[in-house]
Design a protein around this ligand. Structure first.
Ligand code: S3P
Length: 416
């Protein structure tokens, strides 16, 4: 969505998923890479709040931030979920004034939905598995609350049910759903039990992706200062398909651990392991450093490109790419169309420590490998960002941790 928006406005910007284990790690990685803005999703929307330098009042009230913008090195938090819910309802011609709604889930998304509905003249009942959490949030937001056991009371006479919980299980008895009810399921990624039950009961459904779209529109403006090209973003959101993405490709600077992590991923899944540097070396019959010495960098780039282009028909592989694989347009096209490109990040000092001093990386030879590495990374930073789908900071993690974290983010492509 964002990338389609950037393209439509010819902005030199890239949007990439950031896999982080904590909100703190997300922010420190953003600072290291120089990321200008982030969208925060579950489960970090509340956790991130105390870590920010400034939080706009709406977000503070909801106790949840889904958009962070870096301004003069300071992190400023916003909540565009409130606008997202209102946009989704408006687009679905749901007239809120005077209606009753049940919002299930008192996390960041649920609280934003409750506030949005309250502000639109809806009587809101907030329901949560842990009742106290619902009561506490309802007190701040000024709405009603119930524990999950009493959801039947809440649904009596309700016009709208907004589900903001991530659970595969059935939490609402199908007998409580009827054709008079409109259902907005925030978990838009999969056919949840609620969506199935609501369809069977003849409820009117509002596509959760509309919420996603309408929270992204103000986030886009906050990040770029420009009006969002909504039509292009919508088109990208609804057409997204992973059907052709048959492989995972690990990209990133030298010394970020691409080969080791790729081997870990292959060992713990049924994906095979491929390595472009090894493929080039096998074909040339000499190490990469010798190819650079005898034939030069340009020749190496051609060979590297040939190896990658040979992989168009490969599927279910983890491909470890040389650090410069993103330099050519043909490679970037291959990586984005046939792979889920994952960018392994390490700051230059960490990367240099990892590659060691044995001179295996011809581009870092010479008196001052540190400055060479910094200059190279600067040149490539944007290419890594606009090629990748996911970025992960490798610092302080074992290859096994990194492999597991990536797998967590991409496995659904291979499960289906
Ligand atoms: C290169 C990275 C190396 C290797 C070659 C060029 C680069 O691979 O392809 O030395 O341009 O960054 P690694 O990233 O695996 O070190």
């Amino acid at each position: 969505m964002f990338n389609a928006g950037f393209r439509a406005l010819s902005l030199d910007a890239a949007y990439v998923r950031l896999a982080a284990s904590t909100a703190e790690e997300a922010l420190s990685t953003a600072r290291e890479i120089g990321i200008k803005g982030l969208n925060i999703t579950s489960p970090f929307k509340s956790e991130v709040v105390p870590l920010l330098d400034e939080v706009e009042p709406g977000a503070r009230k909801v106790g949840s931030v889904n958009t962070v913008i870096t301004r003069d090195g300071r992190f400023v938090g916003y909540n565009t979920d409130v606008a997202g819910v209102i946009g989704a309802l408006r687009e679905s011609d749901f007239e809120p004034e005077g209606k009753k709604a049940v919002v299930i889930g008192a996390g960041g998304a649920g609280r934003a939905a409750a506030l949005a509905l309250q502000a639109s003249g809806v009587r809101v009942v907030l329901v949560n598995r842990t009742g106290e959490k619902a009561f506490e949030a309802a007190r701040i937001l000024g709405c009603d609350a119930l524990p999950l056991e009493h959801i039947a009371d809440g649904l009596e006479g309700a016009h709208l049910l907004v589900s903001c919980i991530s659970s595969n299980g059935r939490l609402i008895s199908p007998s409580l759903l009827s054709s008079g009810l409109t259902v907005l399921e925030a978990d838009y990624g999969r056919p949840t039990a609620l969506l199935r039950d609501a369809t069977d009961a003849g409820c009117r459904l509002i596509d959760g992706r509309l919420w996603l779209l309408h929270q992204a529109v103000p986030a886009f403006t906050l990040a770029t200062g420009k009006e969002a090209p909504v039509a292009e973003m919508r088109k990208a959101l609804f057409k997204r398909s992973w059907a052709l993405h048959k492989n995972v490709a690990l990209i990133g600077f030298m010394g970020t651990g691409k080969s080791t992590v790729a081997q870990e991923m292959a060992a713990s899944s049924d994906l095979s392991f491929l390595d472009t540097d090894s493929a080039v070396e096998a074909r040339a019959g000499m190490p990469v450093s010798e190819i650079f010495e005898m034939k030069g960098e340009a020749a190496f780039r051609m060979m590297e490109q040939d190896e990658l282009q040979e992989l168009w028909n490969v599927s279910r592989a983890v491909i470890s790419c040389g650090g410069g694989a993103v330099l050519t347009k043909r490679n970037r096209r291959f990586l984005r169309s046939r792979c889920i490109p994952v960018w392994l990040w390490a700051d230059v000092d960490t990367a240099l420590t990892r590659v060691g001093g044995e001179g295996t990386r011809p581009l870092l030879r010479g008196d001052d490998p540190g400055s060479r590495a910094r200059a190279l990374l600067d040149e490539r930073l944007f290419l890594y960002a606009c090629t990748s789908d996911l970025v992960i900071n490798t610092r302080g993690k074992t290859p096994r941790d990194i492999a597991a974290r990536i797998w967590d983010e991409v496995h659904y492509v291979f499960d289906s």
